[in-house]
Design a protein around this ligand. Structure first.
Ligand SMILES: Cc1cc2nc3c(=O)[nH]c(=O)nc-3n(C[C@H](O)[C@H](O)[C@H](O)COP(=O)(O)OP(=O)(O)OC[C@H]3O[C@@H](n4cnc5c(N)ncnc54)[C@H](O)[C@@H]3O)c2cc1C
Length: 359
C-alpha cells in the first residue's frame, strides 16, 4: 500500500511502497528538507533538498530535463510555513484533490528541473537551481520568495517519479522531453529558467554529438560553468541587467537561433510565396500552455510533420527550446514555418509566461 502524503506515524520518509511492481504508483510525494543553499550567481540560487525518502526518487537513468513539482507552503500571518494539507498520492486524482483544497492552505505548486542528484549517497540529495526573479517593487512569485528565504532545515514536499514503478524504457512518466533519437547534431536554446535543464542535458550527452547551445540570462555574472563530453559550442547571452541597459527578454536568444539556423537559400527566389514549412497552429500563450513536443505530436499524430511516415527522432537534427512562452512561440514560427524544420524533431516549451503566475 502506498501511504497518503502526510503520514501520521511520525516517520519523515515521504512514501512507502509495496514490493509488487504492479502496485507501484508512477509518482510519489517526497517530504524533504533543505540541506544547504548556495548563491551560484546574482540570479541563480541552488537549493539542495535531502531526505531518506529520495531513495525512491528517479527514473534510474540520467535526469536530463526531468521536471518535478514543488509544493511551496502557504504562510501563516506570522510568516511561518503552513503544513501542506494531506492528500492521497496513491489516488490517480491527487492533483484534482489538491486543487479542491482551500487555496490559502494548500500552497502553490510550481514546476522546476532536477539539476543534479546524489541518490546513491547515504543521505540522498537533489539540487534545484532557482532563478531569483523579482519585479521593480521587489515582488517575486511564491517559489522565488521561498527560495530567497530558504534555510537549512526548511521542509518542502516535492512530487516526482517513483524509481520502483514499472515503466517501459523511456516511457510511462512524462517528465523528460529531451528525445534526440538518432540525431547527431543538436540545438539547445533557452532562457535562465531552462539553464538547469540545458546544463543537465549537456553533461550527459554522448561524445559523438555536435551542435550548439544558447543560454540567455539576465547578466554576465550568471554565466555558469557547464561541461559536456559532446562537441557542443556553448554560447551565453547576457541581457545586461547589471549595467542598467537590459535588452528585452528573448531578443538575444531569437537573434542567436536565427543566425545559427538560417532560412534555406531557395526561399525568396521561389515563384510562389509559400515558405518551406506550414504555419504551426496558433497558441494563445496567455491562456494556454505552449508545449509542442515530438512526444505530443507522436501521440496526437497531428498534421505538421514533413515525414509523417517516420516517428520522431528518425532524422539527423534535433532541437530543444524552452523559456518565456511568447519568445518560444516566435522561435517556433521561425523554425517551423520559415526554416521548415520537421516538428517531430523539435521540442518547443513555454516554461513561464511574462505577467502570469504558474497554475
Ligand atoms: C518544465 C519546467 C521546468 C522549469 N525549471 C525551472 C528551473 O529549474 N528553475 C527555475 O528558476 N525555473 C524553472 N521553471 C520556471 C518556473 O516554473 C517559473 O518561473 C515559475 O513561474 C516560478 O514560480 P514563482 O512562484 O516564482 O512565480 P509565479 O507565481 O509563477 O509568477 C509570478 C510573476 O513572476 C513572473 N515570473 C515567473 N518566472 C519568472 C522569471 N523566471 N523571470 C521573470 N519573471 C518571472 C510571472 O510572469 C508572474 O508575473 C521551469 C518551468 C517548467 C515548465
Amino acid at each position: 500500500m502506498t501511504e497518503a502524503l502526510n503520514r501520521t506515524d511520525g516517520r519523515r520518509e515521504g512514501s512507502m511502497v509495496e514490493t509488487e511492481a504492479a502496485t507501484e504508483p508512477m509518482t510519489l510525494a517526497f517530504e524533504v528538507t533543505v540541506s544547504s543553499v548556495q548563491e551560484l550567481s546574482p540570479n541563480f540560487r541552488r537549493v539542495t533538498f535531502g531526505g531518506y525518502c529520495l531513495r525512491d526518487f528517479g527514473l534510474n537513468e540520467d535526469t536530463l530535463d526531468l521536471r518535478i513539482k514543488l509544493m511551496i507552503p502557504s504562510l501563516a500571518p506570522d510568516g511561518s510555513a503552513l503544513p501542506l494539507p494531506a492528500f492521497a498520492m496513491e489516488s490517480e486524482g491527487w492533483y484534482r484533490e489538491w486543487l479542491a483544497m482551500d487555496p490559502t492552505l494548500r500552497g502553490s505548486m510550481r514546476t522546476y528541473t532536477v539539476r543534479q542528484t546524489r541518490l546513491d549517497a547515504v543521505y540522498p540529495e537533489i539540487d534545484v537551481d532557482f532563478v531569483m526573479h523579482f519585479d521593480e517593487h521587489g515582488r517575486g512569485g511564491p517559489a522565488a520568495n521561498w527560495a530567497l528565504n530558504a534555510t537549512p532545515g526548511d521542509a518542502l514536499t516535492l512530487i516526482g517519479p517513483n524509481n520502483r514503478a514499472d515503466r517501459p524504457q523511456g516511457g510511462g512518466y512524462g517528465g523528460i522531453e529531451w528525445r534526440p533519437g538518432m540525431a547527431q547534431r543538436v540545438l539547445l536554446a533557452g532562457d535562465e529558467t531552462a539553464v538547469p535543464a540545458i546544463a543537465a542535458i549537456l553533461e550527459s550527452l554522448p561524445s559523438y554529438m555536435t551542435g550548439q547551445a544558447f543560454l540567455e540570462v539576465p547578466e554576465a555574472g550568471d554565466f555558469l560553468e557547464i561541461s559536456s563530453p559532446a562537441n557542443i559550442q556553448i554560447t551565453w547571452l547576457a541581457r545586461g541587467a547589471a549595467i542598467g541597459r537590459s535588452r528585452p527578454q528573448g531578443e538575444l536568444l531569437q537573434d542567436a537561433v536565427r543566425r545559427a539556423i538560417r532560412v534555406p537559400g531557395w526561399v525568396g527566389i521561389k515563384a510562389s510565396d509559400e515558405g518551406p514549412g506550414k504555419e504551426p497552429e496558433d497558441i494563445n500563450v496567455d491562456k494556454d500552455i505552449l508545449w509542442d513536443t515530438p512526444g505530443r505530436l507522436d501521440a496526437r499524430a497531428i498534421e505538421g510533420s514533413r515525414n509523417p511516415d517516420k516517428p520522431s527522432g528518425a532524422l539527423p537534427f534535433y532541437a530543444w527550446i524552452a523559456g518565456e512562452a511568447a519568445v518560444i512561440k516566435e522561435l517556433r514560427r521561425y523554425l517551423v514555418r520559415d526554416v521548415g524544420i520537421d516538428r517531430k524533431q523539435v521540442a518547443f516549451m513555454g516554461y513561464w509566461r511574462q505577467g502570469k503566475a504558474e497554475g
